[in-house]
Write a protein that binds this ligand. Structure first.
Ligand code: GDP
Ligand code: MG
Length: 177
């Protein structure tokens, strides 16, 4: 954690998208600061957070952008997507609607972002397994069909959050290096 290293070899912009309240900001808090808050307020103001990691002996600064509560369909502006080389497309496994909206988000993403963008589909809140409304198989199938990476996470329990980001960042690294 922290940006203690002196020299940065790469800066990768990654955007978080998906419906409101699926856990985007908490996934980011977990990844960037190893923090979590159960009563997180809707995101205001903060545009992005960074974390520098080492991938194959190179220093990679991940610049992760979080929507400032603009998750209403089409409210996320093209500036948000500009320059993004990775995207985390998040839904809540306990809210079927948030998964049903994923194709829209994907369409929006593909309309605005670079065509080589690396995309990870994330089903968040797997700590709430007893309230699951989206079968893992459905999401896996969708991801396969669309050529996306796929993982289920819990920002609360820190499950797979690190893996989700390192998978995307390593894939980007392999493309650009
Ligand atoms: P955003 O609108 O997509 O940024 O969603 P937030 O990150 O603000 O999270 C919305 C709510 O879901 C907050 O009350 C969070 O504490 C909660 N939340 C986020 N991630 C998880 C998770 O993995 N498990 C559980 N149980 N709650 C979560
Ligand atoms: Mg938020």
């Amino acid at each position: 954690y922290g940006d203690a290293s002196q020299k940065v070899d790469y800066v990768f912009k990654v955007v978080l998208i998906g419906d409101s309240a699926v856990g985007k900001s908490q996934i980011l808090a977990r990844f960037a600061r190893n923090e979590f808050s159960l009563d997180s307020k809707a995101t205001i103001g903060v545009e992005f957070q960074t974390r520098t990691l080492v991938i194959q002996h190179k220093s990679v600064k991940a610049q992760i952008w979080d929507t400032a509560g603009q998750e209403r369909y089409r409210a996320v502006t093209s500036a948000y997507y500009r320059g993004a080389v990775g995207a985390m497309l998040v839904y809540d496994i306990t809210k079927r609607q948030t998964f049903d909206h994923i194709p829209r988000w994907l369409e929006e993403l593909r309309a605005h972002a670079d065509k080589n963008i690396v995309i990870m589909l994330i089903g968040n809140k797997i700590d709430l397994e007893d309230q699951r409304a989206v079968p893992t198989e459905d999401a896996k199938e969708f991801a396969q069909k669309e050529g996306l990476f796929f993982l289920e996470t819990s920002a609360l329990e820190a499950t797979n959050v690190e893996t989700a980001f390192t998978t995307v960042l390593t894939e980007i690294f392999n493309i650009v290096s």
